[in-house]
Design a binder for this molecule. Structure first.
Ligand code: FAD
Length: 308
């Protein structure tokens, strides 16, 4: 892994860095680029604009590594309120939600996380939309896939995320390429040791394409989450090679990242879903975005310097 990336991801766990970043004068401008706001109302406004532009969205209430039941309950209630609002605004056919199991209690108790995720899925089902379970650190992959399997007994549309940087993903993808499955394929955003993850970008990309081929050859609905122009070009070729029709797969990108490319793909008739985070706990999310791309770090440092 790029040493700068490792350094930023390590800093993400440091309380002093967290305090420094949170109170730096230019931080707000950077957060605003990647995060849709703090409240449900902010989130609904942001996705309404995306839908007006012909895009789809998945909303993520920021928060992870919940340390007590009350915090997990707060996360669940926020999702339930959000789903109600999406339905009221007529947005639920184009906007779904993304859930981190650690935000609804995975680190406390697997059963609690399952019950909480079940409540969110039930509400989503009633609103006519779907849920995708984000994938987090590699230590949680087994538990996340286990809970996904449980939820899919009742809600076959619950989406999974697979990370191509993990060596195990080539096996996981085979198990998830069946009928009804919805799989978001991404490269992976967390720090992971060489024993479990590919270290070279080239290997991560090869794994991504191997998995994409498996998903396209399968019977499910693949969701290609990447901003990588080279991968997007190759995916376009693979989609045609497998005879996939538009609407039988989708592209996904993050809020604030390559917005022109999101609109270009949509204008060609592709389904493009934007991952829109909102909420107060933006620190971990922002640090992963900075780690991904040195240019983001430059933008961040310039913003800090210009306002201080
Ligand atoms: C919708 C969505 C959901 C995700 N969910 C998860 C998840 O559940 N778990 C998880 O671990 N990770 C998740 N990720 C993050 C993902 O794993 C990657 O860390 C992230 O997408 C960066 O990888 P990349 O494929 O875009 O390519 P990168 O290797 O980061 O970038 C490749 C190329 O893309 C272009 N590019 C990238 N960023 C920019 C930019 N800001 N501006 C212009 N060009 C750019 C550049 O040409 C760059 O060289 C998600 C990503 C998306 C898009």
């Amino acid at each position: 892994m790029n040493p700068l990336r490792s350094m930023i991801l390590a800093a993400a766990g440091n309380d002093t860095v967290r305090r420094l970043v949170a109170t730096a004068p230019g931080t707000r401008a950077v957060v605003d680029r990647f995060v849709a706001g703090e409240t449900v109302a902010d989130a609904v406004t942001a996705v309404g604009r995306l839908v007006d532009d012909g895009l789809f969205a998945t909303l993520d209430h920021l928060g992870e590594h919940t340390v007590d039941e009350a915090q997990a309950e707060h996360a669940v209630r926020t999702y339930l309120g959000l789903l109600d609002r999406l339905q009221e605004e007529g947005l639920s056919s184009r906007v779904e939600v993304s859930v981190k199991l650690s935000a609804v209690g995975l680190k406390l108790d697997e059963k609690l996380a399952l019950d909480n995720a079940f409540r969110i899925c039930a509400a989503a089902g009633q609103c006519g939309t779907t849920v995708t379970l984000d994938m987090e650190e590699h230590e949680t992959t087994d538990a996340t896939l286990r809970l996904l399997g449980e939820l899919r007994h009742t809600w076959p549309w619950v989406g999974a995320v697979l990370q191509s940087y993990l060596r195990r993903t080539e096996d996981d993808v085979a198990a998830l390429a069946g009928p009804d499955s919805r799989v978001r394929l991404c490269k992976g955003a967390y720090a992971a040791p060489a024993a479990v993850a590919y270290r070279r970008g080239h290997d991560v990309d090869l794994s991504y394409l191997w998995c994409a081929n498996r998903l396209l050859a399968g019977e499910g609905y693949p969701m290609f989450a990447t901003h990588d122009p080279r991968l997007i070009r190759i995916l376009g070729e693979r989609v045609r090679w497998y005879g996939r029709k538009q609407g039988s797969y989708e592209y996904q990108m993050l809020y604030g990242v390559r917005p022109a490319e999101q609109r270009r793909l949509a204008s060609e008739g592709e389904t493009v879903r934007v991952y829109v985070p909102f909420g107060e706990q933006w620190f971990g999310y922002l640090m992963r975005r900075l780690a991904e791309r040195p240019a983001n770090l430059g933008f961040f440092l310039r913003a800090l310097a210009s306002r201080s």
